[in-house]
Write a protein that binds this ligand. Structure first.
Ligand SMILES: Cc1cc2nc3c(=O)[nH]c(=O)nc-3n(C[C@H](O)[C@H](O)[C@H](O)COP(=O)(O)OP(=O)(O)OC[C@H]3O[C@@H](n4cnc5c(N)ncnc54)[C@H](O)[C@@H]3O)c2cc1C
Length: 288
């Protein structure tokens, strides 16, 4: 339960942090809230020789509107997401999901950037970002680039980040006014990771689905964007038969691990149940 020894660095700018991460390569790790990384270090599942603490970089903080997008600095905590009036008005799904992450102690220090960069399929924010069509802003030795969340996750703890890369912000296109949204998460107890969870954002027009996007958490090695399921729902009134077909399409892309949260069959079925509930709740919140 004691981590290996490491050198501690506290850069003051993104440029300095990227320089350190580039210099140390695979031996260096960014430290954000530390609520995923430090437990891994204590278990010796991660043994970085250099920790690059991002807490001193003011540019990585804050939530702002930028045209039709909301831009959230990587070091913004889950607690700050819950408290943001801008987010509550524009992307309320973020508050709903943040409140389902762990407990207040974790949310006071756990960051959005750490949650999405971690690559743990159990983290809640990645499927949400896929559902919302978010883009990650990344600074690296070659300069800045943007990576769509839907292309970021390659395997468990394996993402599009290269050694030396720093995720600086998450850019979310604001969903249309009147959109319906929901995040439904099954967990064994308060503070647990999801057995299965589903995020839905949709718009309705004349009582029918105009647009729909679905993300699934912890039912595969990566978060999932359930594109086929959403396509089945487009144009429907979310009647029971169509929802059943869409749920079957979503379940078909699940391949969860067997763990203390249940067998693959059980967790796949629970993903379907969470999706059915999320669709109903999103519909009830949407202007039609
Ligand atoms: C008891 C407990 C329960 C939890 N339950 C949940 C839960 O239900 N749902 C959930 O989603 N999470 C849960 N978490 C995890 C928590 O939300 C973490 O805080 C979060 O996953 C990681 O954020 P962090 O800021 O702590 O990142 P850290 O732990 O500091 O970093 C995580 C990883 O991301 C990398 N990283 C961090 N920031 C950046 C960056 N800006 N650029 C590039 N790489 C970066 C780090 O190098 C590290 O590899 C739980 C944690 C605990 C301790």
């Amino acid at each position: 339960m004691i981590p290996g020894s490491f050198d501690y660095h506290r850069p003051k700018s993104v440029q300095e942090a990227v320089g350190l991460l580039t210099q140390y390569g695979d031996n260096g790790r960014a430290l954000a809230g530390g609520h995923s990384l430090i437990p891994m270090m204590k278990l010796r599942l991660a043994t970085p020789a250099h920790l690059v603490d991002l807490a001193g970089i003011a540019d990585l903080k804050g939530i702002r509107a930028d045209g039709g997008d909301i831009v959230i600095g990587a070091m913004t905590t889950q607690h700050e997401l819950i408290g943001s009036d801008l987010l509550a008005g524009k992307v309320p799904l973020l508050r709903e999901t943040s409140r389902l992450i762990a407990d207040p102690q974790v949310r006071y220090v756990g960051t959005l950037g750490g949650n999405v960069a971690n690559g743990d399929p159990g983290n809640d924010m990645p499927a949400l970002m896929m559902c919302l069509g978010a883009t990650y802003q990344v600074a690296g030795k070659g300069g800045e680039r943007r990576i769509p969340a839907r292309q970021f996750y390659h395997g468990a703890y394996f993402t599009a980040l290269e050694p030396g890369d720093l995720l600086t912000a998450v850019r979310i296109p604001v969903p249309p006014a009147g959109h319906g949204f929901a995040y439904e998460k099954l967990k064994r107890k308060v503070g647990d990771y999801a057995t299965a969870a589903a995020a839905v954002v949709l718009t309705m027009s004349g009582g029918r689905v105009a647009t729909c996007s679905i993300g699934l958490t912890n039912v595969a090695e990566t978060p999932l964007w359930a594109e086929d399921a959403a396509r089945i729902l487009a144009g429907s009134a979310l009647d029971a038969a169509t929802v059943k077909k869409a749920v079957a399409a979503a379940e078909a892309i699940c391949s969860p691990a067997s763990d203390r949260r249940g067998t693959p069959d059980y967790r796949t079925k629970m993903a379907g149940v969470m999706l059915t509930r999320a669709l109903a709740r999103a519909k009830s919140r949407a202007a039609s």
